[in-house]
Write a protein that binds this ligand. Structure first.
Ligand code: SF4
Ligand code: SF4
Length: 351
């Protein structure tokens, strides 16, 4: 018979850093999600609104569920935080996107744990695995499972590991012993709220995603609103600022798991140099990584904005029309990219 303790032992053997069990009882903060959608904070992410009812309670997803096993995987590596990078010529990419795609890696590892649970249980056991993309409010269940607490920056913070932690879950029909929920340890700190470059937090613990650089560089499929472009600075994929400044991430442990180490092409790349790569080279750089979400066209769009913000001769040289004439850089001619390049040139020219 599978138990909470045996699941945790097996989770450690499979490489998970954290494992806890949450009950499926009503959790008071789950309904807030609907309110958040209604306030318009989800922007273009229509899939969130479409799945709001299912996200309200895992029992809607799987009526037989009695426990939620929540797993945490540290992905921090030894590179400096974006707030420590002093060279504005460096392209900033969110830490979670440097290595392999966590959906694939954690999907396989969480599946392996789920299959082991079914095998050892000795009685029929229903399980269902989710990694980020499923309609589960995973941070709230992680808090309920004792992995940490949801901070004012809306990230799950482990007191031991910080917030550089991927989450995955197994919904399970067995009633496992649950853990004590985590409790808020933010106290009077407001560092994340104060550091956000776009003032994306209307109140502590509430993110207006439409203002967040992660949303603007990843979720926005069309043009980035002109008014928001200067705020991108040199961020070309996501943003880590509200995590970089969090005291619980200072001195956070790092992992030596090869799958999370930065790929050579994404390891502190120079913005101007990255821009001059061919589409094929960019595609190779992001293949099987989280950045495939934006593909080359939107990555170029983001890079063009960052070059315009950079405001140097190096950036101006990179944006010269010559690149569009180079074989293998067809994405530069895409109307979406071309419009952002024109904006960047005008911004550079205005200086
Ligand atoms: S990720 Fe960046 S832009 Fe988004 S809320 Fe955090 S600090 Fe603000
Ligand atoms: S920076 Fe401070 S307020 Fe923000 S999540 Fe970390 S501890 Fe909480």
């Amino acid at each position: 018979m599978v138990t909470a303790e045996s699941v945790k032992t097996r989770a450690r053997e499979l490489g998970f850093d954290l494992c806890g069990v949450a009950s499926v009882e009503d959790h008071p903060r789950l309904p807030f999600f609907r309110d958040w959608i209604d306030r318009g904070y989800a922007g273009e992410m229509g899939y969130l609104a479409r799945t709001a009812e299912r996200r309200a309670d895992v029992r809607v997803l799987m009526p037989s569920v009695r426990s939620v096993v929540v797993l945490g995987t540290l992905y921090n590596t030894d590179r400096p935080y974006s707030t420590e990078v002093r060279d504005p010529g460096e392209a900033l990419i969110s830490r979670y996107a440097w290595g392999d795609d966590y959906h694939d890696v954690l999907g396989a590892r969480t599946d392996a744990l789920s299959q082991w649970m079914v095998q050892v249980h000795g009685a029929p056991l229903e399980t269902r695995v989710y990694v980020d993309t499923g309609p589960v409010q995973e941070k709230l269940y992680a808090e309920q499972a004792g992995l940490g607490w949801v901070g004012k920056n809306t990230c799950l913070i482990s007191p031991e590991l910080g917030s550089w932690v991927f989450l995955s879950e197994i919904l399970c029909s067995a009633g496992l012993a649950t853990d004590e929920p985590g409790f808020d340890q933010c106290g009077t700190c407001t560092l994340c709220l104060d550091a956000c470059p776009t003032e994306a937090f209307p109140e502590p613990g509430v993110l207006d995603a439409t203002r967040c650089l992660s949303y603007l560089t990843i979720e926005t499929k069309a043009a980035i609103p002109v008014v928001e472009r200067p705020g991108l600075s040199n961020h070309i994929y996501g943003c880590d600022v509200c995590q970089d400044v969090c005291p619980y991430n200072h001195g956070a442990p790092v992992t030596d798991d090869p799958v999370w180490q930065p790929r050579v092409a994404l390891d502190r790349p120079r913005l101007a140099e990255l821009w001059t790569r061919s589409d094929g080279q960019l595609r190779n750089a992001i293949r099987r990584g989280a950045m495939t979400r934006v593909r080359v066209k939107r990555l170029r769009r983001n890079m063009a904005v960052a070059l315009g913000n950079r405001g140097t001769a190096e950036a101006a040289a990179a944006l010269k029309p010559a690149l569009a004439e180079t074989v293998g850089t067809e994405s530069v001619d895409e109307p979406l990219v071309a419009e952002h390049v024109a904006w960047a040139r005008a911004r550079l020219g205005a200086r």
